[in-house]
Every structure is written in structure tokens, then in C-alpha cells.
Design a protein. Structure first.
Length: 114
């Protein structure tokens, strides 16, 4: 299993960013996928989950209405579109697969600051 997150960076409050997760080593389209994040000094938290077909999505209350999780099963890639970003969204973002829940990639840093 390999999950490689990318697309993070520095963005101003109110801005947008899309991060990606490229998956390999398992049958991507058969498994639910999730985004997690970990801010400095805080525990890792679940941000959003999407079912294998993309037909079901769930979000943490803190990001509902601002973030959208999506996936492209042909490209074996998971996405997180983040709009109306706030400083409290600053964190390292990780993707996770239900195929191997113990596996974590390196993550991608998202910093929201003016």
C-alpha cells in the first residue's frame, strides 16, 4: 500500500486549496477513503469520508459546507477541495484507506495565515 498526499501550501484566510492523494498497491475503487488532519499539539481528527463508489460522503461538523471530498477511481486519486479556509484549518492532512487502516502516508502541510 502507498498513499502519497500532495497539494498543500500556504493560503490566506478565506482562500481555497485542493489537495490530492495518489494511491497504489491495492484495488482503490473497492475501498472507502478518508481524509484526516493533525494540528500542532492536537490529536489527529477525521475530516471527511467517501464510499468506494463516491455515492456516500460524510464530514466533520467543523468543515461541513466548506470542504468537499471526491475521488477518481480511474486515476486512483482522492481529493479534498477546501474553501473558505480558516486559520484553525492549519494542519498536516493525511489520506487513509479502509483496505489497511493502520497505514499512514507522510501527509501534506496546509497553513492558513495572512
Amino acid at each position: 500500500v502507498q498513499l502519497v498526499e500532495s497539494g498543500g501550501g500556504l493560503v490566506q484566510p478565506g482562500g481555497s486549496l485542493r489537495i490530492s492523494c495518489a494511491a497504489s498497491g491495492f484495488f482503490f475503487s473497492s475501498y472507502d477513503m478518508s481524509w484526516y488532519r493533525q494540528a500542532p499539539g492536537k490529536e489527529r481528527e477525521l475530516v471527511a469520508t467517501i464510499s468506494s463508489t463516491g455515492g456516500s460522503r460524510n464530514y466533520a461538523d467543523s468543515v461541513k459546507g466548506r470542504f468537499t471530498i471526491s475521488r477518481d477511481n480511474v486515476k486512483r486519486t482522492l481529493y479534498l477541495q477546501m474553501n473558505s479556509l480558516k486559520p484553525e484549518d492549519t494542519a498536516v492532512y493525511y489520506c487513509k484507506t479502509s483496505y489497511k487502516p493502520s497505514y499512514w502516508g507522510l501527509g501534506t502541510q496546509v497553513t492558513v495565515s495572512s
